[in-house]
Design a protein around this ligand. Structure first.
Ligand SMILES: [Zn+2]
Length: 329
């Protein structure tokens, strides 16, 4: 089943089409709660305690009460919104901003738009939302797929003694459909070994698909893994790489432009995989006519993504600027 085929949401009914509709949908906190409730329990509220479905009573804050057994369920429990002290409406605006801007948002921009006092909050929200941008068990690419690697990264300034992503390797897989770019998958790989690159291909491309690569020896053996393998040895041809695999190079250059533009090159190694997820999320939905559709998908996946604590986001990284800076370690 194609990625977005199941239960296709209806524009203007299941999600707002533009900012005017956004404000109509989410006039107040109550509107946001009802929206999340409908999104979380599409078949009607299901009580985990007694297993019965039915319209719940609405208690204080985000508590839902089962009409049968009176057990309480919190609307945001087990989602990325769990425990938030900010109104859902502000979260919704953040999701809107992140999904409707062509190039997404950075923390400073988001802080300004939402009027948040803390840069760290904006930064943390973006990271939480990025973690909701990958759908577990999503489809593999199929048909004809180009695979290559690219070096991305920029210096992380102002954080002494931290690892920077000067040269991170990103493996790129691009579906080619009638000579146009279909869906993509990206992965930060530690090296160019056969193990790294072949497991990437095996994870993101359907067996039986045709995989086009350059002549790098690490790709030898894809045929034995069940792929049709077309290796183009660039050194023997007179075409520069971008002519041989234009699609993958197009994606690589868009990715770099985005990392340098929106994110101003400030991407730490630990967080790079999530930035790649964000890029993929937006790229694979670039043809969605309604930008609100991306908002819908993000809201939907935010409910399926468990809570993420600030500590997890700061783990091993120096980002967030207002992290406790004493002790230097
Ligand atoms: Zn119940």
């Amino acid at each position: 089943m194609p990625e977005d085929e199941e239960l296709r949401p209806r524009p203007g009914i299941d999600y707002p089409r533009d900012l005017t509709e956004f404000h109509q949908f989410f006039r107040n906190e109550e509107g946001c709660k009802r929206y999340l409730e409908r999104l979380r329990w599409r078949e009607g509220f299901l009580c985990r305690n007694c297993g019965k479905t039915g319209e719940p009573w609405h208690g204080r804050r985000d508590v839902l009460l089962c009409q049968h057994c009176h057990a309480e369920t919190r609307l945001t429990a087990g989602t990325i919104f769990e425990g938030t002290r900010k109104p859902l409406r502000v979260w919704f605006l953040a999701m809107w901003e992140l999904t409707t801007q062509k190039y997404g948002a950075n923390a400073l921009g988001l802080q300004r738009v939402l009027g948040l006092k803390s840069y760290t909050t904006a930064w943390a929200w973006l990271h939480k939302l990025r973690r909701a941008m990958v759908r577990p068990g999503r489809d593999r690419l199929g048909g004809s797929v180009q695979v290559d690697e690219s070096y991305v990264g920029g210096e992380e300034t102002g954080v002494r003694g931290r690892k920077t992503v000067r040269k991170a390797i990103v493996a790129i897989a691009v579906e080619v459909k009638e000579d146009a770019i279909g869906r993509i998958r990206l992965r930060h790989v530690p090296d160019l070994s056969a193990t790294s690159l072949q497991s990437f291909v095996a994870d993101v491309v359907h067996h039986g698909s045709t995989v086009q690569t350059d002549g790098l020896s690490s790709y030898e053996g894809l045929a034995s893994l069940g792929f049709g393998h077309k290796a183009t040895v660039l050194s023997r041809s007179h075409d520069p790489a971008h002519v041989q695999m234009p699609h993958v190079h197009r994606v690589a250059s868009l990715l770099k432009r985005w990392l340098m533009g929106t994110l101003q090159g400030s991407v730490s190694r630990e967080h790079l995989p999530y930035y790649l997820d964000e890029f993929t999320f937006r790229f694979n939905r670039r043809t969605s006519r309604a930008r609100g559709m991306l908002f819908y998908r993000l809201a939907e996946q935010s409910l399926r993504t468990g809570p993420i604590h600030l500590k997890q986001l700061f783990k091993k990284t120096g980002r967030g600027r207002r992290q406790k800076s004493g002790g230097a370690k």
